[in-house]
Design a protein around this ligand. Sequence first.
Ligand code: DC
Length: 232
Amino acid sequence: MSYRSIAIDGPSGAGKSTLAKALAQELGFLYVDTGAIYRTVGLAALERGIDPADAGGVAALLPDLSITMAYGENGLQHMFLDGEDVTGAIRRNEVSAAASKAAAIPAVRDFLMEMQRRAAREHDVIMDGRDIGTVVLPGADLKIYLTAAPEARAERRCRELRERGQQADFDQVLAEVLERDRRDSQREAAPLRQADDAVLADTTELDLEGSLRLLLELARTHLNLTGGEAHE
Ligand code: DC
């Protein structure tokens, strides 16, 4: 049996994970958050005192790491590092930068590739990340490049951090967003870019509901879904 896949790529803060999660629920697909997998490598480097930008140091660490994903009853993805549930820990702000640095290392990307592709071989998936449509699942049934203006993305990120009880300074968060965009899109290994056959979706002026409606419409059209599979 072959499974269907939707690839959603774009910069951080465009709403990928929130929308992908909601879309997955609507369609009954598995949501695979690949950023969480890179974040787990970033966390592992930080915990072991290795500079996440040190390609040699991080590559040497990989064979000793056990990184696994599991899905709870609510369909939420949990990440485990050496058996420990790190789902919450990988959301810390310093892990965002560490993940972005570790993700630029080709050995890290190779190490995580099979895990991502296996999920798509075994389930209908909505997978979000930076290189899903271009590298991980080039044959995806639908590719969406989701973006929004940097200021809108920084605003959303500030809200998210404050909701988690963390402090957030807009100017600092905007600078971090721009720095991460630069690193993710200018690296040599699988840089963030829109696949030639991806549909561009800009959510700067859209709220969550409007964005979800747009994505559902795209899914219906591209995957030939009938009403029962994708209900309003
Ligand atoms: O989506 P996120 O912010 O949780 O991702 C964390 C970092 O991982 C991000 O800076 C870029 C990197 N990443 C990547 O290089 N490729 C992916 N498929 C997903 C994430």
